[in-house]
Design a protein around this ligand. Sequence first.
Ligand SMILES: [Zn+2]
Length: 235
Amino acid sequence: MFIQIKSIFKYPGYILDLIYPRTCILCGKTLAEGEKEICSICFLDMPKTHILNPADNPVARMFWGKFPFTLATALLVFDKGNKTQKLIHQIKYYGHKELAVKMGKMLGAYLQNFDLFRSIDFLIPVPLHKRKLRMRGFNQSERIARGVSDISKKPVFTNVLDRCHYNPSQTRKSRYERWENVADIFRIKEGVQLQGKHILLVDDVITTGATMEACAHALLKIPEIKIALVSLASA
Ligand SMILES: [Zn+2]
């Protein structure tokens, strides 16, 4: 009896797994020892964009002719009901912050393939409005950027952009309305010194590109700045 109690204290995770099996938040299968939140199969099997050219691809084409940028790409395909949609939903609405960092690391490993990525000076996550940040408790884009930073060792700057207007949900708006909604919502914070720097804007999902465009609109007021764009997923 004494030995049994002792072993429960020694292997609490293992014993707890037997009593309350932990399951993958994407497929529902029981997680193996060492797996966290999502199983290895889901992690390796996420739908990828397979974008190999960071200057010419469907994400980059969204921004062609709108403003100058060096590279634009995304790692995962976001589709209605697919694993990426579930993943983003779990991160944003169920507080899986660590999962956002983990996916950011996968994104960072992918970005290391591109020569253009090497000249990036700083990572800047798309900010949330203060109110939304308070409600959610964290900015998923910042967590993704932290993961990219873990792999690339490039610093994350969160003190650059301010999201000045609160726009609740964008899901049921037309492309034009969304654009109107985000046109002037970002502002450069005072004292930001990014002249001549090459920065990478990091977002969770690109849908219409309006949010990235609005961030770029604000950032391009800095002289000689170069902007690159990346999101974990693109619709
Ligand atoms: Zn799974």
